[in-house]
Design a binder for this molecule. Sequence first.
Ligand SMILES: [Zn+2]
Length: 325
Amino acid sequence: MFKHRVFFVLAFAFALAFADVFMPTVDIAWQASSAHAENSQVAAVRTGVYTYKGQGTVNTHWIETPGGGLVVIDVQRDLVHAREALAAVRAVGKPVRAILITHGHPDHYTGLGIFKQAFPEAVVYASAVTENTIRTDAYGYNAAEQKDAPEITPREFAVPGRILEGDVTLTIDGLLLIAREMGRAEANSVTVYYAPVSRDLYVGDLVMNRVHAFMGEGATGEWLAALDRVDAMFPNARVVHPGHGDSGAKQQLLADQREYLRTVRGFAAEEIARSGFTAAAKTATARRINERFRYVNPTGNADIVALGVDGLFQEFSRPTLTPIP
Ligand SMILES: [Zn+2]
């Protein structure tokens, strides 16, 4: 998700001391790196794979390539946090060969210009839908960000230069990466990237680990189907790296996201059956979601759950999807 509201830099100084907190469920060895040591907001998820958590959580991940470079995945929601992520990436001391954008929500692409300035040679990949969304500001988020927070928003948004034509296999600096278009789900297009060599799967916001889901797209049904497809498509994936929240074991993270979506859909269906598509039903649904999931709000916007309920009700108001009591 995307919205700016309150900016406060959380101290993650405890991150090193309690590093195991970040990856409690994954049976892999930790290995400290210089980048890890220098930037306490960076979790070295495993050797050669890093994550910068951003504000209110939005993850920038980066991977070391066999050729001595880096591949970066998603680039933060604003100039301040993009610069922090860039500093952490630079601390590895290797050039960025490519940047992969998972979807067209601005918390994942706003920092692109900063990264391109630092690494002009980097090729930026995105799906055709994502590229179009960023370039044309299809959601209107770019303009909204420029209006709401001009001091930390670029005047012009950089656009990915390389469109992924369908499902493709990329070899970037010796690193094999499989890109798969999962279609409309949390956003109008979500592209997932898989590194078979390490069995790392980067899913964008298909998974938001213990973070409230953004359901403004009104496509939680497609989202659930996309989770099933990801599960089937990558049977050997070991670690899932989400767009928000900590990385973790694939089955756990997919199961948690499914449970969230199924549960909130169930709440909405029950409240609609009880009192129709009304404000009272929305309020009751939001209250039940907040009681059931005491999760991080990824946006700094207190109304993320209410926003999600609006999306759910829109989705369910389609005649073929209206819940039958
Ligand atoms: Zn996001």
